[in-house]
Design a protein around this ligand. Structure first.
Ligand SMILES: Nc1ncnc2c1ncn2[C@@H]1O[C@H](COP(=O)(O)OP(=O)(O)O)[C@@H](O)[C@H]1O
Ligand SMILES: [Mg+2]
Length: 152
């Protein structure tokens, strides 16, 4: 596991941007952490790194947002308000992530972990006073390469 620290929202966005520049079609990132931990800030950075013209917002009300116009499509989900697994099937999120053409970001992925492909990247954001600790761990060999490059 790789552990990084940020001391401002801009630094967290910059880390997300680095990931956005390295991301490949099929990259899936689980964003885990309490409310206010910085999951959406990280996601906004990924959008920047992908070269999206329009900013990534918190998709709290739509659950899944898809952004085009960047280097790769960005699928951004927030499962905080999702009540039951049955709703997930209606969203088609699992299939969307499996299609492998887009970059997937799933906030609160730990609430419904089965939606993720077995090989994904987990970014766990932990409040540490004003700082955030980002624990980055790949769950399989394909995303492990991405994790290595991210910290380099
Ligand atoms: N180091 C940091 N990284 C990320 N966000 C930070 C940091 N320090 C302070 N913040 C603030 O914490 C909040 C994070 O909000 P957000 O990204 O929406 O969290 P989440 O999506 O995890 O609920 C923002 O208001 C941001 O300005
Ligand atoms: Mg959020």
């Amino acid at each position: 596991m790789r552990v990084l620290h940020t001391t401002s929202v801009d630094e967290t966005r910059a880390l997300g941007a680095a990931l956005g520049r390295l991301a490949l079609p099929g990259t899936v990132v689980a964003l885990v952490g309490d409310l206010g931990a910085g999951k959406t800030a990280f996601a906004q950075g990924v959008g920047e790194g992908l070269g999206l013209a329009h900013g990534v917002q918190s998709p709290t009300f739509v659950l899944v947002d898809e952004h085009h116009g960047g280097r790769l499509p960005l699928v951004h989900a927030d499962l905080y308000r999702l009540e039951e697994a049955g709703q997930l099937e209606q969203l088609g999120l699992e299939e969307r992530l499996e299609a492998g053409d887009a970059v997937g970001l799933v906030e609160w992925a730990d609430r419904f972990p089965h939606v993720l492909p077995a090989d994904h990247l987990e970014v766990r954001l932990v409040h540490d006073g004003a700082r955030r600790r980002l624990e980055i761990e790949a769950t399989g060999p394909w995303h492990a390469r991405l994790a290595e490059r991210l910290g380099a």
